[in-house]
Design a protein around this ligand. Sequence first.
Ligand code: IVH
Length: 734
Amino acid sequence: MSTPDLFDDAPPAPPVPPVPLTQRLAELRRVLHHHAHRYYVLDAPEIPDAEYDRLFQALQGLEAAHPELLTPDSPTQRVGAKPLTQFEPVRHQLPMLSIRTETDTEASGAANFDARVRRELGLTEADPFVEYVTELKFDGLAISLRYEHGVLVQAATRGDGEQGENVTQNVRTIGQIPLRLTPTLATSCAFLPPVLEVRGEVYMRRDDFGKLNEHQIEKGEKTFVNPRNAAAGAIRQLDPSITAQRPLSFFVYGLGEITPVAQGGPKFETHFELLQSLKSWGFPLADQLECAQGATELIAFHARMGQLRDSLPFDIDGVVYKVNSLALQQKLGFVTREPRWAVAHKYPAQEQLTTVLAIDVQVGRTGKLTPVAKLAPVFVGGVTVTNATLHNEDEARRKDVRVGDTIIVRRAGDVIPEIVGVVLNPVRAEPVEAFRQAQGKRVAERGPLFTMPRICPVCGSAAVREDGEADYRCTGGLFCSAQRKEAILHFAHRRAVEVEGLGDKLVEQLVDAGIVKTLPDLYRLDLTALANLDRMAEKSAQNLHEALQKSKQTTLPRFLFGLGIRHVGEATAKALASHFGKLNAIMGETSEVAASVEQLLEVADVGPIVADSIYTFFQQPHNREVVNDLRQAEPEGCGLHWTEGEPAPRTQLPLTGQTFVITGTLPTLSRDQAKDLLEAAGAKVAGSVSKKTHFLVAGSEAGSKLDKARELGIEVLDEAALMTLLASFVGEKT
Ligand code: IVH
């Protein structure tokens, strides 16, 4: 566009040369690659998402108008490729090797490897330590990525190691995988080799896996059994738009083909240095990478990562040791398809296959019916597992676990064993080793779908499921011996009334023999009857008797907790005791004068469901009888006693009557912590700002609540001011 020339004799303004379109496209792509790396790999974005989207759309617009200028490394090419009918085979220029697995999961596994390496290298005891790189063994699937002149041109699965499948379209959707590499001056290798193949692991983070499965459930679709299966399934989708919806991540761990040094390729001395270069070019490298000197440090790494394993955001099944010096690697060479310079040192498996022998239904203290799968014993996560809970009928049916099925059982850390899924061979599509090997049953041969019995398997009373509840419950109450046993065990628990030595075997005997029907029966046990019980020696009978005597001196919170009122845990029991001070203030001399639901609702953290449960409990004549019997003095009663207090002087707390609202992110406290502190000082913490609000506690990114508070002239405190306020009460008599 030119402006009209007003001064005919003035020289024409020199034309501003337009930026060539190719240059603008290249610049947009460069900027987008940079920000994608900051976002996906470094987890440190520099610009808001909206700005990224704006740049992205600008590029998309230009590319749509000039399709001839589209390049395969354009950030727009992560999504939008067309579905394939099949994957093309890819021959690996350099075979994708596997690593020898050290089956010995103990420390000696590391020592054996170091000893072997030293032997192969002809080292004696006098020689120094061999240096290793220690890495995590990621539980995903191996991928080879080929870059030519810094641009991703091909991604292939491992296949049989010689030939894999071309999954480039799918791999392009993974945000952590660079489509174009950035040369840097940061490392010893400051330029990009013309040909570069990197190898690494595509995996799914545990949190992403959890979210994906939640979505699957929402959509009424089948869930994935574990992150590895979900990742493998995603990579093998013919339609890349499906892969794009599955959140995948990537770690680099090695090299494939690379331009040789003689032809201008980079020279690396060590594996560590190589990985650092790959990181500087834009590949995600796991933080847990270390160098280790000799066997002792390998063992230490194995132990340390074993401790860390459950808290990592992704699954690992072991660690990998690699000789660091590339010259030594070359010297060591290979045996068949495995390098002598590397080994995978595993951890005990957290998942195993086994068979469902039966599905039992157990009855809990509160009468809850729980389906429990009885399993053929299997060693998993360090223990032999024979049971796994199926939680409730819906869960059992959703997982579709049936008697006779082959299932995968998982036990991670100290978490209770869990059935991750049924293996239906040969119906399963995902090519995961466990599934291939499994001798699962065909659908037609399977038993019936699980249904919860409508009567209690222990006492025969009706089992009912209330509206909106997931659980069936036995209606037999203390008539049901299962509930009786659990109720007694709960009462005797260390954190409740504490009867030392009253464990499940003994309770079982006492209830089965009909000696103990209700809690007060415990305190009327006759020593001879006790000693006559199967396997009960006189000494143990005496011990139990003494423990029962000792338990009579208790506290109100322990007693309340021990009653096993539904929804009344330890914290609620404490809150009730300090709010009401006396048991009679809760249950009343008669049921008519018991605390009302409204009064119970005044207790901190007691909501309508809990209040209702407490109220109902103390309305039952049978329960009142038991409680009165327990607390009545001997010889008529059992003689349990505690010191009663006064109701908490709530009105005298320093912040009573003051309403606070918390908004934004506080620098050190979580909102829950701030709320707890305020409530402990007597304040009410509300969810929205109104004329009734006295103070607003605001952190960073406080939005509309802060605006509103300012509008209403409400005092605003930051975390420091809040802490000063709270600290001013310390020492004050409340
Ligand atoms: S190195 C020549 N390093 O384990 C060595 N592999 O059999 C080639 N894996 O499925 C592999 N984490 O995908 C190496 N830090 C790591 C690894 C790793 C996981 C997988 C790999 C392959 C198997 C090796």
